[in-house]
Design a protein around this ligand. Structure first.
Ligand code: SF4
Length: 687
């Protein structure tokens, strides 16, 4: 006799942004009935945004990959797991033996779990013998991490979301917070409304938080380092620098102060276009605030000097003593749900899990011992990052790549160049849940699972580690990514025998100091831990209360000069194209594009044009434009809005064929190899 299947409730964690809201998912078999947040959820309580609530239809999409695929005579055919994994193992080992370990590059997923990131780098380092492993933080927050490493020592957010709520003053720079981190934005809005929290926004674009700000500064593109350094000088010149903090807790104060000499209010007004009076108003507000949190995102980092601008922002916080107290600190807003965790757990070219340097002999000896090999079996050379892997694939030096859950063919800058690089590879493996645009170039495609079909942990933007549970079993013959990597390692001669992700976490905790006290038991249910976590389970929601993470425990003020962007508008390409995300979509739309409920809210690509530019060029609402950069041309309809001003344009990164990266270029930040997506000079033609 037929019986209605029971309704199951499972705790999971949202995979659509670095806030990592957690909630219960109500399911009947594979049908997702509803998503319900609970008061116990540590980050969000009873809040979520529209994606967390309604963007899960992709899980049951008929386009999901359910069996491995092998390319044969230019076409994919279905294959068994044994055949596909045997082929991948054999080809990777052959290429390593023939061309050396550094001829193979790994791109780990910023959407997969911490345990899966750990296994990705373990295969690269231990089995292949290369440190060429990276994740999508290269495209977004690596410059911010660099700025924090330089000044305060840890690359993660200084405190928690609760600290942002507590701050006297929040400064948001180059971040469309209400669309990209909606739950944090709602907390800032509430703090402003109920507690009188002050808000300064600096952005090219007048988004919702800019409209709500007490001060909205609109600098010219790529000039943020100038206003930030000018305000740091203003603090010294007007008695707002925290001299007690500087004297006792900071190095290089005088050297830094001297470097600020060029940053006068006049210079800042000339370079940034921000009126002097507004700079003074912002300086007074920052100087008088008892506690300041500064949030920034890709509007700062995706430039040719994003690491320097991130450093300048952190310098400003150090000058005013805004680290190590509740309601203070620097907060790069992480985009992907686990971009923090992918980096924390070792998908970086220069660091083992826990930010332990591959070039440090003692560190290497420790990891070698834990993995049961001699230290000289692990490479002491910094590997290649995503950017270099692609460049060197094009040049024929990188022969094989293994890409997990990343849409490199769509999301990396200058996509024409990336496509050319992929066609030159001898062997490309893609592990994904869909036949993505990157997978179309692959030799072997391995079907992984989304978070709701496996267990694991994620780290959110505030360094908080949370567990997620299996809501439903893997679809078809797809497998959890940690299982695929374990099976592959066994075929490459390393039978690790993991039966559950908790065993992987136990292994990491036994080696990497910052995770010493992380266990699945301590993360049970709604519990969470913010790294570093001591062996006794004590975690650290607020960093730097006992000094900075540097050799002598002191912060460093890092002198900087302003440099022009690598690409500027000129007589021919006379407009600057900004780009970014939208509330309803996620990255390449591989997930949100496969759920009609969420996709239908913003299916169309567009370019935002200012009213003054529209009038100058005779553009009306909906007019189709040909937008051309030095790399290529796209066709897109215009939306006329004062969200952009003057000769700046804005396009979402999600929609469109071929998409925004037909236009962006190879120019990048030399400190971190992050592409300067936001420095794209274009011209338009009315069609
Ligand atoms: Fe998901 Fe971010 Fe929305 Fe929370 S704020 S529900 S984590 S997309």
């Amino acid at each position: 006799k037929w019986r209605q299947p029971e309704i199951k409730r499972t705790k999971t964690v949202c995979t659509y942004c670095g806030v990592s809201c957690s909630f219960e998912m109500f399911t009947r078999d594979r049908q997702i009935l509803k998503v319900q947040p609970v008061v116990e959820a540590p980050v969000n309580g009873i809040s979520t945004c529209i994606k967390g609530k309604f963007a899960w239809d992709f899980v049951n999409s008929e386009k999901r990959l359910t069996t491995p695929l092998i390319r044969e005579n230019g076409r994919f055919r279905e294959a068994s797991w044994d055949e596909a994994l045997d082929l991948v193992a054999r080809r990777l080992l052959d290429i390593r033996d023939m061309h050396g370990p550094d001829s193979i590059g790994f791109i780990g997923s910023s959407k997969a779990s911490n345990e899966e990131a750990y296994l990705t780098q373990k295969i690269a380092r231990l089995i292949v013998g290369t440190n060429s492993v990276d994740n999508s933080s290269r495209y977004c927050q690596n410059p911010a991490t660099k700025g924090l490493f330089r000044t305060v020592g840890h690359g993660g957010d200084a405190g928690s979301i609760e600290d942002i709520e507590k701050a006297d003053l929040v400064i948001i720079v180059g971040s469309n917070l209400s669309e990209n981190h909606p739950v944090i934005a709602s907390k800032v809005k509430a703090a402003k409304k109920h507690r009188g929290q002050k808000l300064i926004v600096a952005d090219l674009r007048k988004h919702e938080m800019a409209e709500r700000a007490d001060i909205f500064m609109r600098p010219k593109a790529s000039t943020d380092l100038v206003w930030a350094s000018t305000l740091a000088r203003y603090m010294f010149d007007h008695g707002y620098a925290d001299t007690e903090f500087l004297n006792s807790k900071v190095n290089q104060v005088e050297e830094y102060r001297k470097s600020l000499e060029p940053f006068t209010l006049e210079f800042a007004e000339e370079i940034t276009g921000i009126p002097r009076e507004q700079l003074i108003e912002a300086g007074e507000m920052i100087g008088k605030a008892k506690s300041v949190c500064l949030l920034w995102a890709m509007g700062i980092t995706q430039h040719s000097h994003g690491a320097n601008t991130s450093t300048a922002l952190s310098n400003l916080l150090v000058v005013t003593g805004n680290y190590g107290r509740p309601g203070t600190g620097g907060y790069p807003m992480r985009g992907h749900n686990n971009v923090q965790g992918a980096s924390d757990f070792g998908c970086l070219k220069n660091m083992y899990p826990g930010y332990e340097k591959v070039t440090d002999d003692k560190v290497r000896a420790k990891w070698a011992k834990a993995w049961g090999v001699a230290p000289d079996e692990l490479s002491d050379q910094v590997g290649e990052d995503n950017f270099l892997m692609v460049q060197h694939a094009k040049e024929g030096k990188v022969k094989a790549m293994y890409v997990i859950g990343e849409e490199t063919a769509f999301s990396d800058a200058d996509s024409t160049n990336v496509h050319e690089a992929f066609t030159k590879l001898d062997f490309l493996v893609v592990q994904d849940i869909f036949l993505s645009r990157t997978a179309e170039f692959a030799d072997v495609v391995l079907p992984g699972c989304p978070s709701v079909e496996k267990e694991g942990t994620f780290v959110n933007t505030e360094r908080r580690i949370q567990r997620f549970y299996e809501v439903m079993p893997p679809l078809g013959d797809s497998r959890p990514d940690w299982r695929i990597l374990t099976d592959l390692a066994a075929r490459m001669g390393h039978d690790w025998g993991y039966n559950h992700p908790s065993e992987i976490m136990d292994e990491v905790a036994g080696i990497a100091e910052i995770f010493a006290g992380v266990t699945y038991e301590r993360l049970e249910g709604w519990k969470s831990l913010s790294w570093p976590v001591k062996a006794d389970g004590t975690d650290t929601p607020l960093l730097y209360t006992d000094g900075f993470h540097t050799d002598d425990g002191k912060a460093v003020l890092f002198p900087l000069e302003w440099e022009k962007p690598a690409e500027e508008a000129d007589g021919e390409y006379d407009l600057i194209l900004d780009n970014g995300r939208m509330l309803e979509q996620f990255q390449s739309t591989n997930q949100t594009g496969r759920g009609p409920r969420i996709w239908s809210l913003s299916p169309n690509w567009f370019v935002e044009v200012s009213p003054e530019l529209a009038q100058e060029l005779g553009i009306s609402e909906g007019t189709w434009l040909e937008v051309t950069s030095r790399r290529g041309t796209v066709e897109v309809p215009a939306v006329i809005t004062d969200r952009v001003s003057g000769r700046d344009l804005f396009m979402p990164i999600h929609q469109g064929k071929p998409g925004i990266n037909k236009l962006t270029g190879e120019h990048h930040d030399p400190d971190v190899n992050t592409p300067a997506y936001k420095e794209t000079a274009v011209k338009v033609r009315v069609m």
